[in-house]
Design a protein around this ligand. Structure first.
Ligand SMILES: [Zn+2]
Length: 264
């Protein structure tokens, strides 16, 4: 009877809808271990530092718009909450990239893709991030998250998994939130790359850098310089491409920080 009473006492806060490529915040007023599930994805809930639990459920940009269900379970697998959630069409634009011969001939280093996959799947219990994030460079937004990518007029089936900001070569790139540097490498396709674990499934990366500053294992604060803008790897001109990954899914960083004006 006690357990039953406790289950009834679990209060869950959830939005009724989410856009493709954004994150559902699952708030639970309880202590203990809980898991949120939506479609094939399950994520653990973590202490939010304010006495509640927070789960970050990423909705992949490729998700078909429509009704889905979000379920919260306790550590025994018992359902403590279930409610519908509408996935809204984000109406993502199309962009054609003119890939040069040099760009098309780029081959990743043997461990480049596996290193980035491992970075994106990093899951540590301690939360270092706080909101709002701070933009990594002051430049305007050249290309938003989620743009459907065409190369030389043909659909690639890929989406822009980060957002691009204007920045001249050598512009300092700053960590959007506190964390621990997991990747500091010069890659062939991603170019100069810094990857930061912010804890509890939140990861950011900064690509095409001309120079790296932060080293692997280094703890960084929000706003700390981790590298410098460049055009290394698969890049047409100097800019900063950065991305936010939540539980191994690339999501739109824009709702996490003050507005970044689009370039005119
Ligand atoms: Zn980009």
């Amino acid at each position: 009877v006690t357990a039953f009473t406790l289950l009834l006492a679990v209060a869950v806060q959830l939005p009724g809808e989410v856009k493709q490529g954004e994150v559902v915040r699952v708030r639970v007023e309880a202590s203990g271990k809980f898991t949120a599930t939506m479609g094939v994805k399950s994520v653990p809930l973590f202490a939010d530092g304010e006495g509640k639990l927070l789960g970050l459920m990423p909705v992949p940009v490729e998700t078909t718009p429509g009704l889905s269900t979000l379920t919260v379970r306790d550590e025994n697998g018992a359902v403590v909450h279930e409610s519908p959630i509408a996935v809204i069409d984000a109406q993502l634009p199309i962009q054609d990239i003119q890939a040069s011969k040099r760009m098309k001939s780029l081959k990743p280093l043997p461990d480049e893709m596996s290193t980035m996959r491992k970075l994106n799947g990093t899951l540590t219990d301690t939360r270092s991030w706080e909101e709002p994030f701070a933009a990594p460079v002051p430049g305007c937004m050249v290309s938003p998250f989620g743009v459907q990518r065409y190369h030389n007029g043909k659909p690639t089936g890929r989406y822009h998994k980060g957002l691009d900001q204007r920045g001249a070569t050598g512009t300092p790139v700053r960590a959007v939130a506190a964390g621990t540097v997991q990747v500091s490498r010069m890659f062939n396709v991603h170019g100069g790359t810094i990857g930061i674990d912010h804890g509890q499934g939140v990861v950011t990366s900064y690509l095409h850098l001309s120079r790296l500053k932060a080293r692997k294992g280094q703890k960084v604060k929000q706003g700390e310089v981790v590298g410098y803008v460049g055009s290394t790897g698969f890049s047409t001109a100097p800019h900063l491409h950065w991305s936010l990954v939540v539980h191994a899914v690339s999501v739109n960083p824009l709702p996490w920080l003050p507005a970044i004006p689009p370039c005119k």
